[in-house]
Ligand binder design. Structure first.
Ligand SMILES: Cc1cc2nc3c(=O)[nH]c(=O)nc-3n(C[C@H](O)[C@H](O)[C@H](O)COP(=O)(O)OP(=O)(O)OC[C@H]3O[C@@H](n4cnc5c(N)ncnc54)[C@H](O)[C@@H]3O)c2cc1C
Length: 284
């Protein structure tokens, strides 16, 4: 399929990219890896008149550590993250996105800005309680993960703003796990679950974070699971009991692959497995 004709601009600075977006107005779109936007354009579900490609804007790619925070440039590719296992959950989850070809093009900024509830990294940002930094004509601002994902393919990033970086607490004293269920290898998640667990000195669970992928029109936290596990012994029985609440408050979309009820079942099973992985009972 061939997209509708569009103008293509490749600014060499962030300021020029913001100017180009402002000039294009609602008909302009940023282009990062193109692996979500271009398929939509080819299907003619999106028809921007102007594409502003971020590939030559300096300073948007790479990872820096600062006072316990990971600062990941928005144009950092999934494969860059996958190749740095010391980044923990975000590296592990990035390595499970599609295949290496997609991971070589897709970026963390594109994935988070696109706001697809089937994408893997939004739930990771949410569970880590991270944020994104954006810059626009009015200056810079920070959007916490809990406010970023507003609805299906809709985020709090305003028209004219560019996401410049992703901020994640390093969470080095947490174990982590990610479980994803799909019909074919390298597919999008029918359901995905990421888990982070911090163990106290007496073997109980000091903190638990669980993020759900594709269980609603936005990524979700499984707060009932987290509350059930905090303060409990971090053993198989407590994890199994807590995981039973994984589907509470979810509204998974039914589709060709599965009914909502089956997805709720998957959420419970995958939550138990992701928590077991995070607690060190099973390997990834
Ligand atoms: C075959 C295939 C399989 C895939 N499987 C998975 C999967 O299993 N899991 C998964 O998570 N993803 C999957 N993806 C999606 C992939 O991860 C995409 O690369 C990603 O979702 C979008 O990133 P991108 O850099 O390609 O963004 P683009 O497609 O370039 O852009 C996506 C959207 O974000 C906006 N945008 C991009 N960058 C910025 C920025 N810096 N600031 C503001 N807005 C911005 C664009 O304007 C556009 O609206 C798959 C893609 C393909 C083609």
């Amino acid at each position: 399929m061939i997209p509708v004709e569009f103008d293509y601009q490749v600014p060499e600075s962030l300021e020029d990219a913001i100017d180009a977006l402002a000039r294009g107005g609602e008909d302009a779109k940023l282009l990062a890896g193109g692996h979500s936007l271009l398929p939509l354009m080819k299907l003619r579900l999106a028809a921007p008149a102007v594409l502003v490609d971020l590939k030559r804007v300096p300073g948007l790619r790479g990872v820096a550590r600062e006072d316990g925070t990971l600062r990941i440039g928005a144009m950092t590719r999934h494969s860059d993250l996958e190749d740095q296992p010391e980044l923990g959950l975000v590296s592990h989850a990035a390595g499970l996105i599609a295949d290496r070809q997609v991971r070589h093009r897709g970026t963390i900024g594109g994935s988070l800005a696109h706001g697809d509830p089937a994408s893997d990294l939004p739930a990771v940002l949410l569970a880590c309680e991270g944020s994104v930094g954006v810059q626009g004509p009015e200056g810079t601002r920070e959007i916490p993960a809990a406010e970023l994902f507003q609805d299906y393919l809709t985020t709090a990033i305003a028209e004219g703003e560019v996401m410049t970086e992703v901020r994640l607490p390093a969470l080095t004293d947490y174990g982590f796990g990610y479980r994803k269920f799909m019909r074919r290898a390298e597919d999008w998640a029918m359901v995905g679950v990421c888990a982070l667990v911090k163990q106290a000195g007496d073997g109980t669970c000091e903190d638990a974070r669980v993020g759900l992928t594709h269980m609603s029109s936005v990524p979700l936290r499984a707060t009932a699971v987290e509350e059930a596990l905090r303060g409990s012994p971090l053993d198989a029985a407590s994890i199994a009991r807590a995981a039973e609440s994984a589907a509470e408050g979810t509204e998974p979309p039914g589709d060709l692959n599965a009914t909502p009820e089956y997805k709720r079942h998957l959420a419970r099973v995958l939550t138990r497995r992701a928590l077991e992985e995070a607690a060190g009972f099973t390997a990834a």
